[in-house]
Design a protein around this ligand. Structure first.
Ligand code: ADP
Length: 542
């Protein structure tokens, strides 16, 4: 082989914050702190404090490959941990505080976390869990000495005191880019959560992918407000991609309600928002009540669950914001596809554009996609055939921490657990999660599609469709609806609304109105629980 003669510089996470400090040192990172006031500083300060943290961690005995956990909201301190921990060569384990306490204990023990950095909000949770946390040497409270609360916890340290005592002189080590950098457990709706363990290389490559114009199109003129938490798939990679391109970051801390978000959006002149549909329902509700607009926001990334057509339309037509529907998963760092219209759609009607935008989008360079049938045979990319969605690429996991679950060899594909179509232009459309798809008379019904139509009804706040056992058809769809406050709608009206929009055999057999729906730790409908709850629901004879 004739080798290329190019430098073999490792792709290191520390280089992202170094770059941001050098070229965008004054670019701001703004946080609504847990203590209350707004905190602001620049990338130069973030770098200096990440270095102090790295020194402090070293003094605490944290070494290469050690797992350091966080239970924290989106904040400047969490960002410092992203770079201080991984930059040192240790592994940042972001724990989702919305998991059941027993699951938190399980994953902290499974990961063998040596320290846990925790926001004031989650102190009571940790106090209750502490006796079960076997490997943790100390709990570092993410606050200053003045705000250190009295705590029953033994072994507590104060974050700001640690940093104040450490030097800002630190040279990031260089090591193999394949080394583990961070760890994120999937929510484990079935069985125990499994750890996805990213590398420096995968993280840097994913950041490049995210910044690309046809992906999130990030640059130093962007002001990004990630509502998606830094404990959920690395805030979709934004905490790394923003410093890579020098974008301003606005962190909402613990306040994710519509009013608090809007205040930050207006004051900081936010241009890009990112989060799951449920968060946007709340924001849209607040906008409707206050009759306010979205200020300087240009784009809003909606992912994690399907973006309903009505939501896309409202954001675009009423608020003049471009919706970027996106799909991915923890195992994919997480970005897989982003929906941007193609030049040919410029002449399309609003409805035709929405037909495209309800799809999840087209693959980023670096993500290969295909759909296969039950026997693994590839299906056509015709927008009609749907099958198991498989993926491959340098930021997709080939297995889980400590060898659990699948282990893929070189060149093998990862089964996403989603069922999808791919059309001739490359747009991927999720039909359902394989376990949520409703099997009726040997055919499949997409629960997502019915839900998205149902939320288009003005009286519906949230909708969920599940399959319930049926003696003749195997399963039939049941629609559960949460009404908007003060709104009224009957079962018959709901069915009449859906009838012209659905194939007759897709029409739900029954509609039930419920006060609320259960969600997973990542804000998705907890369908496994609903299926269990409604297993014995008797559908009206039709
Ligand atoms: P968890 O499984 O822990 O809730 P993930 O973020 O890893 O968290 O979930 C990934 C899954 O979420 C995908 O496999 C898919 O089923 C679903 N998902 C993500 N984005 C979308 C989207 N835009 N439309 C429909 N489903 C989505």
């Amino acid at each position: 082989m004739l080798r290329g003669q190019m430098m073999d510089r490792p792709l290191m996470i520390s280089s992202l914050i170094e770059y941001a400090a050098l070229y965008h040192g004054d670019q701001e990172i703004v946080t609504r702190t847990i203590e209350g006031p707004i905190h602001r500083y620049g990338y130069r300060d973030a770098l200096a404090r990440s270095k102090r943290l790295a020194n402090a961690l070293q003094r605490l005995g944290v070494g290469r490959g050690d797992r350091v956990a966080t239970l924290a909201w989106n904040s400047q301190r969490h960002l410092e941990l992203y770079f201080g921990v991984s930059g040192l060569g240790a592994v940042l384990h972001t724990i989702n505080p919305r998991l059941f306490p027993d699951q938190i204990a399980y994953i902290a023990n499974h990961a063998e976390d040596v320290y846990l950095f925790v926001d004031l909000t989650f102190l009571p949770l940790i106090e209750a869990l502490a006796p079960k946390l076997k490997s943790i040497k100390a709990f570092v409270i993410l606050t200053d000495a003045e705000h250190m609360p009295p705590s029953r916890l033994e072994r507590t340290l104060c974050y700001e005191t640690l940093l104040a005592e450490a030097s800002a002189d630190f040279v990031w080590p260089e090591f193999d880019e394949a080394a583990a950098s961070s760890l994120c457990y999937t929510s484990g709706t079935t069985g125990n959560p499994k750890g996805v363990i990213y590398s420096h290389r995968s993280t840097v490559l994913h950041s490049w992918g995210a910044c690309m114009p046809d992906a999130l199109d990030l640059s130093s003129s962007e002001v990004i407000l990630p509502v998606v938490p830094m404990f959920h798939a690395n805030a979709w990679g934004l905490a790394y991609a923003a410093p890579m391109c020098g974008a301003k970051l606005v962190f909402p801390g613990a306040k994710l309600d519509g009013a608090s978000l809007l205040e930050l959006i207006e004051r900081e002149r936010v241009t890009l928002l990112a989060g799951v549909p449920t968060v946007w329902l709340a924001l849209l509700g607040h906008l409707a009540e206050t009759k306010k607009g979205l200020g300087a926001v240009r784009s809003i990334v909606i992912g994690g669950a399907a973006a309903p057509r009505s939501m896309i339309d409202t954001f675009q037509r009423q608020y003049g914001v471009n919706v970027l529907h996106a799909w991915g998963m923890t195992e994919m760092s997480p970005l897989g596809v982003v929906n941007r219209l193609l030049p040919k759609h410029a002449v399309a009607s609003n409805e035709q554009r929405l037909d495209v935008q309800v799809k999840q989008g087209r693959a980023l360079y670096g993500v290969e996609l295909k759909i296969v049938d039950d026997d693994g045979k590839e299906l056509p990319r015709d927008g009609k055939a749907f099958g198991h969605l498989l993926v491959r690429g340098p930021w997709t996991a080939n297995g889980y921490f400590k060898g659990e679950g699948v282990r893929l060899g070189a060149g093998e594909w990862f089964d996403t657990g989603d069922v999808a179509t791919l059309d001739g232009d490359g747009y991927m459309h999720i039909t359902d999660r394989a376990k949520d798809v409703i099997k009726s008379g040997g055919e499949w019904i997409s629960s997502i599609e019915i839900e998205n139509l149902a939320v288009g009804h003005p009286a519906v706040a949230e909708a969920c469709v599940i399959g319930v056992p049926h003696p003749k058809w195997d399963e039939r769809p049941l629609l559960l609806v949460v009404k908007r406050s003060g709104a009224t709608v009957s079962r018959e009206e709901m069915l009449a609304f859906l009838t012209p929009k659905l194939a007759k055999w897709w029409l739900p057999d029954d509609v039930i109105f419920v006060p609320e729906l259960p969600h997973t730790a990542t804000g998705k409908l907890l369908k496994s629980k609903l299926r269990e709850d409604y297993r014995l629901h008797r559908l009206p004879a039709s």
